[in-house]
Design a binder for this molecule. Structure first.
Ligand SMILES: [Zn+2]
Length: 148
């Protein structure tokens, strides 16, 4: 197995955390890692954590790592976003080193979160586009006054 930091995925994950208001997730204690050479065929990503005993022994707080297997990069961007959301949903509210199980992290709940993310992202982009348009008009006005 080979592991690599995935700062590009961390950035996308941070955006999802912010958009979906997942305030219980400490972005300084969660990392994204790409892994290569796994023999599991069905797994796309998985969530790891530092359990309670290790936290105690290491005198440290919980930490989470989301592992993205090679298959992940072959999915389209929307599917990838869903996978990121799925893995984030495994992190419990307590951020204590456990997991939420698939009774909560199920197709239906993931879909709800994904739709919410897409809507908020569209709104944000529309706002930015409006702002850019507005600034553009101001610029034009400025040059208009300038040339007059
Ligand atoms: Zn899962």
């Amino acid at each position: 197995m080979k592991y690599e930091d995935a700062p590009d995925l961390k950035e996308r994950m941070n955006e999802i955390i912010t958009m979906l208001n997942m305030g219980h997730i400490d972005i300084n204690r969660i990392e994204c890692i790409r892994s290569f050479g796994s023999s599991t065929r069905r797994t796309i990503a998985r969530c790891h954590t530092l359990g309670k005993l290790m936290q105690k022994a290491m005198k440290t707080k919980a930490f989470y790592a989301i592992e993205f297997l090679e298959k992940f990069d072959r999915l389209d961007k929307n599917e990838q976003d869903k996978v990121i959301i799925h893995e984030l949903m495994h992190v419990p509210r307590t951020f204590g080193g456990g997991f939420r199980q698939h009774d909560f992290v199920c197709e239906k709940n993931i879909e709800v979160m994904y739709e919410k993310f897409v809507n908020l992202k569209e709104k944000k982009e529309a706002k930015q586009a409006n702002l850019a348009d507005f600034e553009d008009r101001i610029e034009k006005k400025k040059s208009y006054f300038f040339w007059k």
